[in-house]
Design a protein around this ligand. Structure first.
Ligand code: GLP
Length: 246
């Protein structure tokens, strides 16, 4: 695990965006695993800038998002499909982009379909944020490390963290689809981005604490190709000896 610390959230976003751009340049057919959340907004803005400035070409690349709210159609402004269109997909030329269908009539079948599609494509690089409770995707504390893509109930902590993004907080869905931890761990490379003081304790627990299902992101200590990109606030409690000299 390589841990890179940048001055602030913008510098962290720029560093992570550069990693994604370099990946695409090295392999035009990259299969990207993508994430949502406030952390990723400056990162996608930067990736769109690099796309224009360096004429990146996503036309042979495909993407699979980590998660989607259950019960929201992609046309709903609060869906992760809408977030992705707004922040990235409307601005770059992906060959195809994939998210779970939040309103699929059979949730279980939709989860299996999505997991199979990811498996068939093979994730080259998976981008992750981290929830305040250590969740990755919507894999909440206690999730089995070998879990696959599925329909899940959100915890109170996650509802608390995300409901402010909804015009009416009570409208935030209580269920979601998420790639499983086992699914995520099959990605060849993983980049986790954590910024801001709200992530300080949980980031330290994830990278330097015990590997435990109580802290889903701690599973990354078991993966052979992980880069953690944090800003100084989020990294404040990460032991100095774990931080890469840049
Ligand atoms: C959300 C998403 C995660 C995301 C995380 C962090 O609930 N399901 O995929 O990484 O929480 O969000 P934020 O960047 O807004 O802190």
């Amino acid at each position: 695990m390589k841990i890179v610390v940048k001055k602030d959230k913008l510098e962290a976003a720029k560093y992570a965006a550069r990693l994604l751009a370099d990946e695409l340049k090295a392999n035009p057919e990259t299969v990207f695993g993508l994430a949502t959340g406030r952390t990723m907004e400056p990162l996608y803005a930067e990736l769109c800038e690099i796309y224009k400035a360096e004429k990146l070409d996503f036309s042979k690349a495909v993407s699979f998002n980590l998660d989607e709210y259950a019960g929201l159609p992609g046309s709903d402004v609060n869906s992760y499909r809408a977030y992705m269109q707004m922040n990235l997909f409307d601005h770059v030329n992906f060959k195809s982009t994939n998210l779970p269908d939040g309103v699929a009539p059979d949730a279980e079948a939709e989860a299996v379909r999505y997991d199979n599609a990811i498996k068939a494509a093979g994730l080259d690089i998976q981008l992750l944020g981290i929830g305040n409770n250590g969740h990755i995707g919507f894999n909440e504390p206690g999730t089995a490390f070998d879990s696959r893509t599925r329909h899940v109930k959100l915890t109170d902590a996650t509802i608390e963290q995300n409901q402010g993004l909804f015009p009416k907080p009570e409208d935030m869905p209580r269920y979601a689809f998420t790639m499983g931890i086992g699914t995520i761990m099959e990605a060849k490379k993983i980049i986790l981005v954590a910024t801001g003081a709200a992530k300080t304790g949980i980031l330290a627990a994830a990278v330097a604490g015990k590997v435990t299902e109580d802290v889903p992101a701690s599973v990354l200590q078991n993966h052979s190709n992980v880069i953690i990109v944090a800003d100084e606030d989020a990294a404040a409690e990460v032991p100095a000896e774990l931080i890469a000299a840049e």
